[in-house]
Design a protein around this ligand. Structure first.
Ligand code: NAG
Ligand code: NAG
Ligand code: NAG
Length: 161
């Protein structure tokens, strides 16, 4: 007979992706080249959100349509680029386009009623010389030329999967 902990772990394993709701939340990538890289401010320019090492992960309050870093108090805001990818900025104000962000299970999305509709794709492009990837909201298929990018990434809360 299995111990209670064995039964507990078996129950957890049966859940495809049990979200650990440890508020505030970390936000991370799940596929290469940003597999288990975490959302944070770029060390060279704190207005630029990047995926980087877990050790420098920031923590976010996600709610009321906003994503706010508890480390810097900056809000993740979406730019008005004419390309399908929209520049994300860490701003002191949530901006007029808020509320926009939402959660769908463990996945970061822009909500159906937001200016962008329901989007859950992100573009990441390598920035600087370190292993940092700048994050953009992707509403289509455009990719900037002359950069090393990975399209159709998704961002998630850490989960037991
Ligand atoms: C930080 O990045 C923003 C957006 O690209 C840019 O406008 C700003 O000049 C940069 N700041 C510094 C100090 O490089
Ligand atoms: C952000 O804040 C959390 C919680 O206070 C802390 O554990 C983490 O180390 C901070 N991240 C950075 C990059 O300072
Ligand atoms: C997008 O295009 C419009 C119309 O051409 C222009 O007014 C606006 O400045 C452009 N926005 C950006 C961020 O380039």
């Amino acid at each position: 007979m299995r111990s209670w902990i064995g039964r507990f772990l078996a129950v957890l394993a049966a859940v495809p992706c049990a979200v650990v709701h440890a508020k505030p939340e970390q936000i991370r990538g799940v596929t290469s080249p940003i597999f288990h890289y975490y959302l944070q401010a770029y060390p060279q320019n704190s207005t630029i959100p990047v995926m980087g090492p877990e050790a420098k992960s920031e923590y976010y309050n996600i709610g009321s349509g906003t994503i706010q870093s508890t480390n810097s108090s900056a809000y993740l805001t979406v730019g008005a680029d004419n390309t399908s990818y929209k520049t994300l900025t860490l701003s002191s104000s949530a901006g007029t386009a808020a509320p926009g962000w939402a959660l769908e299970g463990d996945t970061i999305i822009t909500g159906t009623s937001s200016k962008w509709g329901r989007q859950l794709n992100f573009l990441v492009c390598k920035v600087g010389t370190g292993d940092y990837w700048q994050v953009y909201l992707q509403t289509g298929s455009d990719v900037p030329s002359g950069k090393t990018c990975s399209n159709y990434q998704s961002l998630h809360l850490p989960c037991l999967c």
